[in-house]
Design a protein around this ligand. Structure first.
Ligand code: PRP
Ligand code: ZN
Length: 296
């Protein structure tokens, strides 16, 4: 029997799509895309990519048409609420750390909308009716929903609605339409989801291999290798300042017994401000080197 290939649903174009292809490329996978741009194929693993609308990804995976999907948590949560299936961890394999955004209520700039009670009795345009209703219910606010599939931000100007609830990333879209974000309804990032049920042996092997790579990419994303020289008596302070570093290597410098070299893997981002603090407690010759791959 021919080898079974794992099927992954990815957004055809947009922010999520860019992040997903970037992740696959960092996993060492080269994806050749078919001319119709509906389908891609990885060379290094038995993995096929279906290019679809992000809104279709939860149902493609829940119904087993695809084994895996990369989708925004917002889209997945809306789907779960709509289908009345609890938002279970069973589907979610991993948070992927990109395409971070917020679903937010937004009102025309001139309106006093600081308190959620502003939305009482108002009409709110959104592509996320379930998440919006659930949030306002929790706030004890009743309103009506205008369910729109896109271009939600123009609804107030067209008098279709008084306010909106939409995805905010940079905030540029709201700004351009004279709207201001007031309340966060849901915080989201890209997630990897997997269909319920067992994968057969070929697919399971491909999935395990993909997961080792994805976990490695996530672990090394912010990680840096930091090297510096420090006075031996400042060592405690310096180690405390290194973000997310476990057990640094300490080496004595030749002919300078009062100075040591410190080498550490920092699991979290190393900012300029961190380097300034390190310097202020005596660190010198600080080098921050990117880490390409990491495996525990
Ligand atoms: C969202 C939202 C806005 C835009 C906001 O769309 O509907 O159009 O992003 O981004 P900004 O704050 O950076 O201006 P999304 O990318 O989720 O696309 P989709 O709804 O078509 O899937
Ligand atoms: Zn969409």
């Amino acid at each position: 029997m021919a080898e079974q290939r794992l099927r992954l649903a990815v957004q055809k174009s947009g922010r999520l799509s860019e992040g997903a292809f970037d992740l696959l490329s960092k996993c060492g996978l080269s994806i050749s895309r078919a001319k119709d741009n509906l389908y891609g194929r990885a060379r290094e693993l038995p993995l096929d990519i279906l290019l679809v609308r992000d809104d279709d990804i939860p149902s493609l995976v829940a119904d087993g048409v695809c084994d895996l999907g990369i989708v925004g948590e917002n889209v997945f949560e809306e789907y779960s609420l709509e289908k009345d299936t609890p938002y279970t961890d069973e589907f979610i394999v991993s948070k992927l750390g990109f395409a971070r955004c917020k679903l937010m209520l937004a009102a025309p700039k001139s309106e006093p909308a600081d308190d959620p009670s502003f939305y009482q009795g108002k009409r709110i345009a959104t592509s996320y009716p379930e998440l919006t209703k659930a949030y306002l219910d929790r706030q004890g606010v009743e309103c009506s929903i205008a369910d729109m599939s896109g271009s939600v931000e123009i609804a107030p100007k067209l008098k279709i609605a008084d306010a909106i609830c939409d995805i905010v990333s940079t905030g540029a879209t709201l700004e351009a339409h004279g709207l201001k974000p007031t309340h966060t309804v849901f915080t989201s990032e890209a997630i990897l989801i997997k269909r319920p049920g067992e994968l057969d042996a070929d697919k399971k092997a491909a999935f395990d291999s993909l997961m080792v790579r994805i976990d490695g990419v996530i672990a090394s994303r912010d990680a840096k290798y930091v090297m510096l020289n420090a006075p031996r008596d400042a060592l405690d302070k310096i180690v405390d300042l290194l973000p997310g570093a476990e057990a640094p290597t300490i080496l004595e410098l030749a002919g300078r017994p009062d100075t040591v070299a410190v080498h550490a893997v920092c699991a979290e981002q190393v900012f300029w401000s961190t380097l300034e603090k390190l310097r202020s407690v005596g660190a010198r010759s600080i080098l921050v080197v990117p880490i390409e791959k990491m495996m525990p």
